[in-house]
Design a protein around this ligand. Sequence first.
Ligand code: NAD
Length: 285
Amino acid sequence: MSFSTTAVVGAGTMGNGIAHVLALNGLDVTLIDVSEDALRNGTDTIAENLARQVKKERITAAEREATLNRVSTHTDLAQGVADVDLVIEAVTETTEVKGPIFETLDEAAPDHAILASNTSSISITWLAAQTSRPEQVIGMHFFNPVPIMKLVEVVRGLETSNGTHDAVQALAEDLGKTPVEVNDAPGFVSNRVLMPMINEAVFCLMEGVADEEDIDTVMKLGMNHPMGPLTLADFIGLDVCLGIMEVLHRELGDDKYRPCPLLRKKVTAGHLGRKSGQGFYAYDG
Ligand code: NAD
């Protein structure tokens, strides 16, 4: 199956990036959000990021214009997905928000449509169970910033069909990404490996093994990581890191995934990383 009309639900950090790459590759995209402001910010961000690509001579001004013309917006979920081949959901990371969205998608999207989720940690099998088409539900886990990062984890729920998997994998390749097939498990591969490393770095800091900069320097120079784990945690958001550790701990039931108390304390204090101006490091502006 190939796709021509798509919808992206959620116009935030990930949603606008996903809409950007879909539209740049010739697909019509309806960007859907409950918030008019989010839709405005989302389309502004797409326009700015495309302008940057024109400046770097990666695309032409005409391609930018054509890409923007392929993106429309909607605040009504059911109407926005009424005529699409593929939906990619990228809304707030809670089951309370995502569950009802999958119920509505199942009712409102055409029978043939594939329903994908960009979730970082919620079970694809659980999302599929909110619908009557579990074989057409799949994870399509992009990375931030979407136009630049090459990886897509293509996550198979328990009942995801081979046809759904193959269509989504082919799409990811058409978008210039490298898809990796992953089975549905807490944190998939990316966050199952990354988050415990970040959490362990926070334990090192809490226990006074080394200070922030020295922990980051060890991992940068010793392991050739492009940035240290505490700098990376500030980029991702400490609340996001804590949320994923809680999912790993709860779902896998192993205390090796217990969130570090210092990570929890930082989140409680509102020190969420770059987005709040303070995390493991302080940021100006
Ligand atoms: P975000 O907060 O930037 O955006 C979420 C958007 O969802 C907001 O614009 C919000 O208005 C919208 N929304 C909330 N409820 C809605 C509803 N009922 N209907 C329509 N829109 C609704 O979040 P984000 O960082 O873009 O994350 C989105 C998803 O992508 C999450 O599942 C997250 O786990 C996943 N993800 C995030 C990253 C990352 O680095 N930020 C990376 C990979 C995956």
